[in-house]
Design a protein around this ligand. Structure first.
Ligand code: NAD
Length: 487
């Protein structure tokens, strides 16, 4: 039996209040295999009454035993959940690869082992949340209490569905919040890994509720009067709409949105080191990565050399089935996403962009949603392909004159999420990184680490996930002013 034969069962119920909840309507979606277009399974989609039930369950759980547990007790539950997710990590990772085309080698970490790792990390922080924090103030003794923000609406996209859910669920549970997770329809099936694990780990009813749904269900959830905090990852357009809603409601919101990050190659960059890292840094998940460095900034004197080397590297990347170990570039998530990417490349070409490799559908890959890895030269930073978040395997190589010019180009983007600097002088690399207006920058690599706060500036979003800062977003601070100690 191959991985393709393991067929996933349809999912016709939501996980609400610790039970399988029958949908209020018959609305559903077919989840398709990105590499073949075959139906992987059918999943129910939530409508507004389903969202209402999930939010009510989350509220009851918050006001019930979960809200009264100590941080250490919550940590024990989180570790049980992590253990169950770990036991199924490879299976879950493979399912995501089939849904969204992510090469399995990446999915095993991102969708398999990262979620339990995050649960374990935040379980450790949960244990410290109840520590006494008593401050001798000028007018009072101030006892600082750390409670949960409340019911969390978590809305996630299809590109790293498990990791992005974990970045919200793990700190939320650690803080004592309860969660309603609305995953994207494209990856509705893998979301049930959380539901199955929650049931097996004995998570108290209503602490984690899962219901895949479309935009309307998401909008209803985000604006629901009983929700206390919103955590969203996805497109900048949806993020703006959600931010507007939360602004009107004065509701705390974390937004992880799009990007168009730069890989800045200094004159002294080790080109081979960059080329070796290029698949991860610039084309991870077939380009369906918000922090991908899709603009490669090359010193003008080395421009042709760098265009040629990047072209050779990209052309040689094995394109294929994401479940195949050798594959570096898999298909895109959907026909719509493939058509959008090909449309943007076509528009860029019509406007004068020179494609040095790629630009079409790879030979023999007309089943599934494949796009050839593509390199664009002869454009400047004002061009369509250098400005739009393409979300596919398309890289632009842009020339710069000197370091100031390179930093100016790197910063000349509506986004500011990732970035890398390549130089043989790490001190210089860190100094250039400081000048880049972005939430995260790597020097000679890019490693999104659970300890490092992750998020963007400008149109890349608001707030941070991961690290202790990621927990702070779910913690409600309260100062209790105790009377001064009697003398
Ligand atoms: P999207 O932002 O529309 O959807 C992401 C999630 O938000 C899904 O669960 C969706 O159902 C939900 N959603 C959409 N609109 C909503 C709203 N108004 N209120 C509440 N929930 C809402 O992303 P998409 O349509 O899947 O992809 C479109 C483009 O977004 C891509 O081409 C890509 O450029 C970008 N994108 C970025 C990321 C990222 O991580 N930054 C992830 C996915 C997509």
């Amino acid at each position: 039996m191959t991985d393709h034969d393991t067929g996933t069962a349809d999912r016709d119920a939501f996980f609400v209040d610790g039970r399988w909840h029958a949908p209020a309507t018959t609305e559903s979606t077919e989840v398709l295999e990105a590499a073949t277009g075959a139906v992987l399974g059918r999943a129910a989609l939530a409508s507004t009454p389903d969202v209402d039930s999930a939010v009510a369950a989350a509220r009851t759980a918050l006001d019930g035993p979960w809200g009264r547990m100590t941080g250490a007790e919550r940590a024990a539950v989180m570790r049980r959940l992590a253990a169950v997710l770990t036991s199924r990590a490879r299976e879950t990772a493979a399912l995501v690869s089939r849904e969204n085309g992510m090469p399995r080698s990446l999915s095993i970490g991102a969708n398999g082992f990262a979620p339990p790792l995050m649960l374990d990390y935040y379980a450790g922080l949960a244990e410290g949340l109840d520590d006494e924090d008593l401050r001798s103030g000028m007018l009072a003794r101030v006892s600082v209490r750390r409670g949960p923000v409340g019911v969390v609406a978590a809305v996630t996209p299809w590109n790293y569905p498990q990791a992005l859910a974990a970045m919200k669920i793990a700190p939320a549970l650690a803080a004592g919040c309860t969660v309603v997770l609305k995953p994207a329809p494209e990856t509705a099936l893998d979301a049930y890994a959380w539901a199955d694990a929650a049931a097996e780990a004995g998570l108290p009813a209503g602490v984690l509720n899962i219901l895949p749904g479309g935009r309307e269900a998401g909008a209803h959830l985000v604006a629901h009067p009983v929700v206390d905090k919103v955590a969203f990852t996805g497109s900048t357009a949806a993020g703006r709409a959600i931010g507007e809603t939360c602004g009107r409601l004065l509701r705390p919101v974390t937004l992880e949105l799009g990007g168009k990050s730069a890989a800045l190659l200094a004159e002294d960059a080790d080109l081979n080191a960059f080329l070796a890292a290029l698949p991860e840094v610039s084309l991870a998940n077939n380009g369906q990565t918000c922090h991908a460095c899709t603009r490669i900034l090359a010193p003008r004197g080395r421009y042709d050399e760098i265009v040629d080397a990047v072209t050779d590297t990209v052309r040689a990347l094995p394109v294929g089935d994401p479940l195949d170990k050798a594959t570096r570039i898999g298909p895109l998530v959907s026909a719509a996403q493939r058509d959008r990417v090909l449309g943007l490349v076509g528009a860029g070409r019509a406007a004068g962009a020179r494609l040095t490799t790629g630009g079409g559908v790879p030979a023999g890959r007309d089943r599934g949603w494949f796009v050839e890895p593509t390199v664009v030269a002869g454009v400047d930073n004002d061009s369509l392909l250098a400005r739009e978040e393409i979300f596919g395997p398309v890289l632009c190589v842009l020339p710069y004159d000197d370091e100031d010019d390179a930093v100016r180009i790197a910063n000349d983007s509506e986004y500011g999420l990732g970035g890398t600097v390549w130089t043989t002088d790490p001190g210089r690399g860190a100094a250039i990184a400081d000048r880049i207006r972005s939430g995260t920058v790597g020097v000679n690599h890019y490693a999104l680490d659970v300890l490092g706060p992750f998020g963007g500036v400008k149109a890349s979003g608001l707030g941070r996930e991961l690290g202790p800062e990621g927990l702070a977003a779910y913690v409600a601070l309260k100062s209790v002013y105790l009377p001064p100690e009697s003398r």
